[in-house]
Design a protein around this ligand. Sequence first.
Ligand code: FAD
Length: 434
Amino acid sequence: MSRAEQRVHDLVGIGFGPSNLALAIALREQAAGSGTPVDAVFLEKQPAFGWHRGMLIEGTTMQVSFLKDLVTMRNPSSEFGFLNYLQDKGRLVDFINHKTMFPSRVEFHDYLEWAAAPFADQVRYGSEVVAVTPVTVDGHVEYLDVVARQDGGSGELSTYRTRNLVVAAGLEPVLPEGVPNGDRIWHSEDLLRRLPTLEDPRRVLVVGAGQSAAEVVDHLHTTFPAAEVCAVFARYGYTPADDSPFANRIFDPGAVDHFYAAGDDVKELLRAYHQSTNYSVVDMDLIEELYRRHYQERVQGVERLRLLNASRLTDVTAHEGGVKATVRFLPTGEEQVLDADVLVYATGYRPTDPLTLLGATGEHCVRRDDGRVTLGRDYRAVTDATLRCGIYVQGASEHTHGITSTLLSNTAIRAGEIAASLTNGRHNAYALSN
Ligand SMILES: Cc1cc2nc3c(=O)[nH]c(=O)nc-3n(C[C@H](O)[C@H](O)[C@H](O)COP(=O)(O)OP(=O)(O)OC[C@H]3O[C@@H](n4cnc5c(N)ncnc54)[C@H](O)[C@@H]3O)c2cc1C
């Protein structure tokens, strides 16, 4: 059954993670200054606000300073800042005594939920966007109909008509080609949801050498004191994340300007130089803790934490009782077969391709040679002349705006830039209901 809303929104947002939450805040603050509210609605497939809930492992910390919250970089006096959250929760003094710039992920999640709560009337939770249909009037696409399925698949379809769209659908997990997610083979994003199904495992395998992989290894090793935890990765060892101050500048708002202006060869150069700020790297503290534990076990002669480095899985078979995995040690080609209760792939994520969600509407977007959407500096997709709607992309812009695209570092600034583009630009599609 389909229910078409008659109302035309100024803006529909796909997803309500930190990116679109930051945008909702920026629009509200902007409207408070200008007196012109924006009629925006956000469609979120989760039943309630959630930020990578499956990886909210106790003890894990943020990889950005709390000052890179949803607002501070754009508006330090915003009521939606992390410090105001602490004050509201009665923990400001305790946090200061903590002397950390990097709160736990559990606390940051609580902050995000706190910030999202006042926007509940603008968010339709349990609404998964399944199509975006262009609505043509006199030869021009004047509106977009955003179709959402309610309650995870079983529910009815609702349609939201809009002049502008912001796609902020986040990341999707990456599994090796042909590997099915199942009862015995998980992606790390599901870790905490799946873990209660695992009883007294004897052995678990974790594939990957990035932050998530190391966190999963650490968590499984401490959660199951009788289990052997095998970390499998092709590197020789875990490599530290570069969070040094000069390298950190790659996440600055100014670096986004530089990256955007650069040619593709320079973009590739910068991306390659600064991979180690984010990709397949681990916080030094965690590396040292895992090494300490591994060494201690060797001293004690009971090696539960096994590092299968310079290694790859060459064969994996899941069966009712577990997984059989063949591990090849790359330098010699020697193989061993391991039986395990579960195999966790901590093999990362990729940004959700906006074109997949846009469907027929995507045909109006100008593509680059590599097939990706061409984005303006204001994150607005470049479109053909027949489309008069604004389509903005948050997240899937690493090819144009740089490494910070999928991260929180520049979220506050980016939200402000998009809010300004939507209102100040007032391109012909943006009538703001006036
Ligand atoms: C475990 C983990 C830890 C991280 N820690 C950090 C960190 O410490 N620092 C940092 O800078 N970055 C971190 N990141 C990177 C992460 O991308 C950002 O923190 C942040 O989540 C980006 O926000 P977002 O709103 O763009 O995407 P997301 O947080 O992924 O939100 C996207 C939302 O869109 C929804 N959605 C997707 N498709 C649809 C659809 N079709 N219809 C409706 N809704 C949809 C999703 O349910 C989701 O809620 C981490 C990532 C992971 C996986």
